[in-house]
Design a protein around this ligand. Structure first.
Ligand SMILES: *Cc1c(COP(=O)(O)O)cnc(C)c1O
Ligand code: SF4
Length: 338
C-alpha cells in the first residue's frame, strides 16, 4: 500500500493516461472498427487540428458506429475542411479581450485566466481550436502578469481558471497558483472550467482533492458534458468526490447537431448529472469557429428543443440557453419572447 502510494506520487496514474491518449486517426479507426473510406479525410482534418481522445473516453463509444455521440465530438471529418461564411478563426474576438497575456476580463466581477493551452481531449467544435494555444505557457513565471492584474483590480471577486483545461496542470503547479491567488484579499471565489472530470476522471485523485480542499476560496467547478453516455460509473464517482469536498458543481453543454440536439438526450443528461450532484448551467449555441459548421443547430430549432425540455424537467434541471457575442457584458440569453 505504502509502496503503491509512493510510486503514484512520482507519476500519478492520471498523467500516464493523459499522455497515452489516442492521437493517430489510424489507431482510432482500428480500435472502433470504423469505415476505412473515411480515414483519408480524417487524416487531412487532423493535420489542421490534431485528434486527441483519452482511451477511457473512447471505451465509452460504440464499435463500428460513426454516429456515436461521443465519437462525433472527437472525430475529424472532411466537413471540417470546407469553409462556411460566418465561421471564422476567433469568433469571440478573444485576442482583443486579453487585458494582459493570459487574462480575459470581459465581465464585471470575474476574470478568466488561461492557465494552460493543453487539453485532455480535442473537441472538434471547440472555439479555441484555432486559438494560438502555444502562447499560453503554464507556470508561475508565465502567470505573474495575470496575478498582478488580478491584484490590481479590487472589483474582481471571482477568478475563473480556463484554458485549455486547468486540470491538465500538475497538483504542484495548480497548488502553487491557488496559493498565489489566495493572497489576493478581494478574491472570494475560485471557478474551474474543466472537461477533465468527464473525459479523464482518473485526474480527480487524492492529490487533487487535497489541493482543492486547502484553499480559503469558495470553489465552483464547471464541468463540460454533452451527452449522458459520457457519464459512466468512474465519472460518477469522480463528481461525487468533488462534491464531497464542498465544491459547487455545474455543467455546461454545447448544443451540437448529431450529438445532443434532442430533448430526450438533454433531459437524460440533466437527470444523470444531477444524480452525480451536478446542476445544469449553460446550454451554449455553437460558436461559429471555422471547421465546426457541421455541428450548428439553428436558433429556432434550439428554442423548440428548449420548449420540449421544459415540459420534461423540473425548473432546477433546465440549463440556460445562451450564445456568446463579442462586446456584450454577459453571455446573451436566447429566449422565445423578445
Ligand atoms: C463565459 C465567460 C465568463 C463567465 O461568464 P459567466 O456568465 O459568469 O459564467 C467570464 N469571462 C469570460 C471571458 C467568459 O468568456
Ligand atoms: S476540452 Fe474544452 S477547451 Fe479543450 S478542446 Fe474541448 S471544448 Fe475546447
Amino acid at each position: 500500500m505504502i509502496t503503491a502510494k509512493g510510486l503514484s506520487r512520482q507519476t500519478p496514474r492520471w498523467s500516464a493516461a493523459f499522455a497515452d491518449a489516442i492521437r493517430d486517426p489510424d489507431e482510432l479507426w482500428q480500435r472502433l472498427n470504423l469505415d476505412p473510406t473515411l480515414l483519408p479525410a480524417a487524416q487531412a482534418a487532423a493535420a489542421r487540428f490534431p485528434l486527441r481522445a483519452p482511451r477511457g473516453f473512447v471505451a465509452r463509444m460504440r464499435m463500428g458506429d460513426p454516429d456515436d455521440p461521443l465519437l462525433r465530438q472527437i472525430l475529424p471529418l472532411a466537413d471540417e475542411l470546407a469553409s462556411t461564411p460566418g465561421f471564422v478563426a476567433d469568433p469571440l474576438n478573444e485576442q482583443a479581450a486579453q487585458v494582459v497575456p493570459g487574462v480575459l476580463h470581459k465581465y464585471a466581477g470575474r476574470a478568466l485566466l488561461i492557465v494552460t493551452g493543453a487539453c485532455a481531449v480535442h473537441c472538434r467544435y471547440c472555439f479555441r481550436r484555432e486559438f494560438p494555444y502555444m502562447q499560453h505557457q503554464a507556470g508561475m513565471d508565465a502567470w505573474r502578469p495575470a496575478l498582478a492584474y488580478l491584484a490590481g483590480d479590487a472589483s474582481i471577486r471571482e477568478v475563473i481558471l480556463s484554458g485549455g483545461d486547468p486540470l491538465a496542470l500538475s497538483d504542484r503547479r495548480l497548488g502553487g497558483l491557488l496559493a498565489a491567488l489566495e493572497l489576493i484579499p478581494h478574491l472570494q471565489r475560485l471557478r474551474i472550467h474543466s472537461r477533465i472530470p468527464v473525459v479523464l476522471p482518473e485526474r480527480i485523485d487524492a492529490g487533487l482533492l487535497d489541493v482543492l480542499s486547502q484553499t480559503r476560496l469558495q470553489r465552483v467547478v464547471v464541468i463540460h458534458a454533452n451527452h449522458p453516455q459520457e457519464i459512466n460509473e468512474e465519472v460518477n464517482v469522480a463528481l461525487n468526490q468533488l462534491a464531497g469536498i464542498g465544491a459547487t458543481l455545474l455543467n455546461q453543454t454545447v448544443l451540437l447537431r448529431g450529438v445532443n440536439d434532442a430533448p430526450d438526450t438533454l433531459a437524460t443528461l440533466s437527470e444523470t448529472l444531477f444524480a452525480a450532484r451536478v446542476l445544469p448551467y449553460y446550454l451554449h449555441l455553437l460558436d461559429p469557429v471555422c471547421g465546426a459548421a457541421h455541428f450548428e443547430v439553428k436558433e429556432p430549432v434550439a428554442l423548440a428543443i428548449m420548449n420540449k425540455l421544459r415540459q420534461r424537467l423540473p425548473g432546477y434541471l433546465m440549463p440556460r440557453l445562451v450564445r456568446e457575442q463579442s462586446g456584450q457584458m454577459a453571455k446573451t440569453p436566447v429566449e422565445t419572447c423578445r
